[in-house]
Design a protein around this ligand. Structure first.
Ligand SMILES: [Zn+2]
Length: 465
């Protein structure tokens, strides 16, 4: 028997069987968590432009799969409540995320640092809010459809977060990880000399009731959701994966948390059967973790959120922008037009962006780092190397999908993620190579802020300030 099957686990298994034989009540909870779960559809009810690809030329033509907002609320013994919310969307931008957060604070007393909004990055969901607007040419009718949908999404999301909080009841939390081989570093597809890493980890947070039944299964993975690109609404492979996990675990709600998958694709693609295949791979990895790799989490829960300025390179001048209005590339013309309007309105173009970084620390067992934007794999691998591969979960695509977030390596190599992609997000210029150190240093600072260190001599954990 491998060494990791520790005596404590064997004792726990034996006690479990004894309990089952004698019909005794389950042992006391390892930690008095409470948890609540909620889920609602956010499927558009009318034809709407689908997000993520610039190549689509007309609105959606039907629904292949419903889209959802899903929320898990957790509360520690001190009453600290936080809600992890996942959305089947390509992105959510700062304005919409902050409107949701403000309403949640007003209605439920939920502070900003206690709400994570993560998107799956499905490229078969609707355009919502302002994300990637320079990528689409919407007429007045379509803009109005997007405005209506965004309002509906806002209301549904806030209501679902409220429903998760209202559902709080005694719970066990468990964490474990596996690996899955769905992601391919996609930079090689554009330039074969540019292979790069992926983050193959499958972190799983299980929420069980006191008797052990699964209520929620939160699963992370890092790769684009770009398998399908037609005109039917669906959650792409992450949407199929959570549906598969829910089928395998009746009564439980599954949530997908997108990781640092900006430079990864699930390949090959463009086929619904492949989408289902990737979903089965993720579901199998999650099932493996749930079967034999879970460790109970204790509290307390510590949360923090901050914005740190990341600098852009020198923005183009008015003369440079005016000459781009003649460019043969439609997107470069639209981008120049937009920046000229910004310049006329504000007198200058921004030289930095207030980038959101969030850390949740679950006792000493697991920390969840949630980063804004489309984050490349280098960040996940570096942060796990610095803070622990076993208990650090790094999500991207959280709170504000402002742009791609390249590492220093990706910026220096060149290519889409650090360069051309900035156009589609309407940003004035690429980030400077300091983007990586700036973000990594802020994560380090927030982890120090939330870290729970032993008090020594078996005392209760203390929060280091
Ligand atoms: Zn993307």
């Amino acid at each position: 028997m491998p060494a990791r099957f520790a005596p404590a686990l064997i004792v726990a298994l034996l006690l479990g069987s004894l309990n089952a034989l004698s019909g005794a009540a389950p042992a006391a909870l390892p930690y008095p968590w409470k948890a609540g779960v909620a889920k609602a559809t956010v499927t558009p009810t009318e034809p709407i432009w689908l997000a993520g690809f610039g190549s689509r030329t007309r609105p959606s033509e039907g629904v292949r799969q419903d889209l959802f907002v899903r929320a898990v609320a957790v509360q520690d013994a001190d009453g600290t409540t936080a809600v992890l919310t996942t959305l089947d969307l390509v992105g959510i931008e700062r304005e919409l995320a902050e409107t949701i957060a403000t309403q949640c604070e007003q209605r439920f007393g939920l502070k900003r640092d206690r709400l994570i909004l993560n998107v799956s990055h499905t490229h078969s969901g609707p355009v919502a809010g302002l994300v990637l607007m320079p990528l689409y040419e919407l007429d007045a009718t379509q803009r109005e459809v997007v405005r209506r949908y965004t309002q509906f999404l806002l209301e549904r999301t806030v209501a679902t977060i409220g429903a998760a909080i209202a559902d709080l009841a005694p719970a066990r939390l468990e964490f474990g990880q596996s690996l899955a081989g769905i992601a391919v570093n996609r930079r090689r597809a554009r330039q074969r000399s540019l292979p790069g890493p992926v983050d193959p980890d499958v972190p799983v947070l299980a929420v069980r009731n006191p008797a052990g039944a699964l209520r929620a299964i939160v699963v992370g993975y890092a790769t684009h959701a770009t398998t399908l690109n037609d005109y039917l609404i669906n959650g792409d492979w992450p949407g199929y994966a959570v549906a598969e996990i829910e089928r395998e675990h009746p009564g439980a709600t599954a949530l997908f948390v997108q990781g640092c998958g900006a430079d990864a694709n699930a390949l090959p693609r463009r086929d619904e059967e492949l989408t289902r295949a990737y979903s089965r791979i993720l579901a199998a990895a999650a099932a493996e973790v749930l079967r034999n790799r879970m460790t109970p989490l204790a509290g307390p829960l510590r949360t923090t959120f901050n914005r740190v300025d990341v600098p852009f390179q020198t923005p183009p001048t008015r003369a440079q922008l005016e000459s781009r209005l003649q460019d043969s590339n439609r997107f470069i013309r639209l981008h120049a037009q937009r920046l000229l309007e910004e310049l006329a309105r504000d007198g200058r173009l921004p030289d930095r962006y207030p980038y959101p970084v969030q850390v949740w620390q679950f006792g000493r067992g697991m920390r969840l780092v949630a980063l804004g934007g489309e984050v490349v794999a280098d960040y996940a691998l570096r942060l796990k190397r610095e803070h622990g591969f076993d208990n650090t979960w790094v999500a991207g695509y959280s709170n504000d999908i402002l742009a791609y977030i390249p590492s220093r390596r990706v910026l220096e190599e060149g290519g889409y993620e650090g360069g051309e992609a900035m156009i589609y997000f309407g940003r004035p210029a690429p980030f400077t190579p300091e983007v990586e150190e700036t973000i990594v240093a802020e994560v380090r600072r927030l982890i120090r802020h939330t870290d729970i260190v032993p008090a020594g001599d078996g005392g209760s954990p203390q929060v280091r300030r």
